[in-house]
Design a protein around this ligand. Structure first.
Ligand code: ADP
Length: 552
């Protein structure tokens, strides 16, 4: 703006200067020409008077040669001239000043020389005899005058130009200064130019509006950040060019990604094809769901397009941690397959035996043996179903029975009493050692745990072996240890024996369901107890149940 004002002012100043110069030169030139003409006129009158009185003698009597004098007869023939030979001069009747004088009595004219550098002024006067006296004088033309005065004129012009430059600059600065002084962040009421008042008023109101909107925006962002920051689900909002507009901490954690830089593509957060598919499909306007299976767990992605003015303007991606869900689902599938398989074995045996009996292919004496088979398999089936029911109850949060203080010694004694026939059958001696100890829990579950451990200690023992159950009250809490002298468990199987349907010996020769230790693990967890296992193949195993200390 300063520059424009400066240029405009300078242009005006220079134009006015030039115009003034031209006008002044023109006016002065006209003025001097008038003066010269006046002088010529008085001179002509004076010479005319001389001629009227003395005739040609006046002229030939030594006439000053400072101006040209021509005496022309009434027919235009030159009678006398002080510069040229009249005989050689052409007829002057057609010269405008002569013609004018012949007609009107006096006349004048001005003519430029060929080079335009000089101008000749003529004044003609008709004498009483009808002849015309013409006196002329030369003066410099206006161009010549200007050329001659070029040096001082140029000097004046340069000075004027410098002055104009300085004044234009100063003026431009002075004009712009009050505008620059307006504080756009806080335009006050006092403005030097009243023309700017509406603009400043508008600025002020727009500024208020912008700060209100900024405040609203900031509050909304804070609310949004507070809500999304506390979400366990990951949230990503992207624009149509996949740039991340918003994200929460959970999204970064679940995708194991670093915070994206401003304007960075969401595809840099995760390079998996499933993630890319989700983003592309959502931006193409279609909802998409994907499961990412990663080393650190499973993530489910839900990507939905965001519509803006009838077009897909971006997308929202929700990231869920479904690791546990997927694991549970896998376990459930495995469990269902195992259960079906385990149920099928005894049922097939029962069915086969029943068919043989039905077809009368069995001798009367063998019937008890076959019936015994059916009985054993049916019992195995019932045992399996019972174990499944117990496990599913524990899975659902345990039985609804009341918690009591259970005497662990009494519970172990009862278990040994129940298992005495089985031990005798297997030629295993059972001993109960230790003293009284108590634990808080459901008596039925406590007994179940000790029973399963002792049952296994007998089942996986060798003839003549022993099982020692020790009950002790320790600073940690009640403790039950079941030690056997059986076949032991190989180290690689020691963590797996607690899995459902896991058996070290896959031939099922023991007749167990493969659920006993699973029930122990879940039951102990339900009671807040801990199970420990030490075992050495060929020497025996020791299972320990450590119940939490009763705090009352
Ligand atoms: P099962 O019904 O087969 O006994 P469990 O869950 O009780 O199922 O035991 C799982 C597996 O752990 C058994 O099949 C067996 O191989 C092994 N096992 C359990 N207890 C003992 C033990 N005291 N000595 C040796 N092996 C054992």
């Amino acid at each position: 703006m300063t520059k424009r004002i400066f240029r405009a002012t300078l242009t005006v100043a220079l134009t006015v200067l030039l115009a003034s110069l031209v006008l002044i030169v023109g006016v002065l030139h006209g003025y001097f020409q008038d003066r010269v003409l006046e002088e010529l006129a008085s001179r002509t009158s004076y010479i005319a008077l001389g001629i009227e009185h003395e005739g040609m003698a006046y002229l030939e009597d030594g006439f000053p040669n400072d101006c040209r004098v021509t005496w022309v007869a009434a027919d235009g023939a030159v009678l006398w001239d002080n510069r040229e030979d009249p005989a050689k001069m052409e007829n002057h009747a057609d010269r405008s000043e002569v013609h004018e004088a012949l007609v009107l009595g006096r006349g004048h004219a001005a003519r430029y020389s060929d080079t335009l550098s000089q101008k000749t002024l003529y004044y003609a006067l008709r004498l009483s005899d009808g002849s015309v006296l013409r006196v002329s004088d030369t003066q410099y033309s206006v161009w010549m005058l200007v050329l001659q005065a070029l040096q001082p004129v140029a000097l004046v012009m340069v000075l004027a130009f410098c002055l104009a430059l300085w004044l234009a600059g100063r003026l431009a600065r002075q004009l712009v200064e009050p505008i620059n002084a307006v504080d756009l962040n806080d335009p006050g009421d006092e403005i030097d130019y009243e023309e700017l008042a509406p603009l400043v008023g508008k600025l002020r109101s727009q500024k208020r509006q912008i700060s209100r909107q900024m405040e609203d925006l900031r509050r909304q962002r804070e609310e949004f950040a507070a809500i999304t920051g506390n979400m366990s689900e990951g949230l990503l909002v992207i624009d149509r060019d996949t740039r991340v507009l918003s994200y929460n901490a959970a999204a970064l954690r679940l995708l194991n990604a670093q915070a994206p830089a401003e304007g960075e593509s969401v595809l840099t957060l995760n390079r998996e094809p499933g993630f890319r598919r989700c983003v592309e499909e959502a931006l193409a306007g279609r909802r998409r769901e994907e499961l990412l299976e990663r080393e650190d767990g499973c993530r489910r992605l839900f990507a939905s397009p965001v519509e803006l003015d009838g077009q897909t303007g971006g997308a929202v991606i929700i990231v869920l941690d479904v690791t546990e869900q997927e694991q549970r689902e896998a376990l459930r599938r495995e469990f269902t397959a195992n259960v079906s398989h385990e149920l099928k074995t005894p049922l097939t045996a029962i069915l086969g035996t029943a068919e043989i009996l039905e077809n009368g292919m069995v001798k009367a004496g063998d019937i008890p043996h076959f019936a015994g088979n059916i009985h054993r398999e049916a019992q195995r089936l019932i045992g399996l179903v019972n174990d499944i029911i117990k496990l599913s109850r524990l899975d659902e949060g345990g039985p609804t029975a009341q918690w009591e203080t259970v005497d662990l010694h009494d519970a172990a004694e009862e278990v040994l009493r129940q298992l005495a026939p089985a031990a005798e059958n297997k030629q295993v001696t059972m001993t109960l050692e230790g003293g009284p100890a108590c634990a808080r829990g459901v008596p039925q579950i406590v007994e179940e745990l000790i029973y399963n451990l002792c049952d296994n200690a007998i089942a996986y023992n060798r003839p003549g072996g022993s099982v020692t159950v020790t009950v002790a009250d320790t600073p940690e809490g009640g403790r039950v240890t079941v030690r056997d002298t059986g076949i032991g468990i190989p180290p690689e199987a020691q963590t797996r024996v607690f899995e459902r349907f896991y058996r070290v010996d896959k031939s099922h020769s023991s007749g167990g369901t493969g659920l006993g230790l699973s029930i122990v693990k879940h039951g102990a967890a339900y009671l807040g107890a801990r199970v420990e296992l030490e075992s050495e193949p060929g020497k025996g195993s020791t299972f320990t149940l450590v119940f939490p200390k009763i705090t009352e």
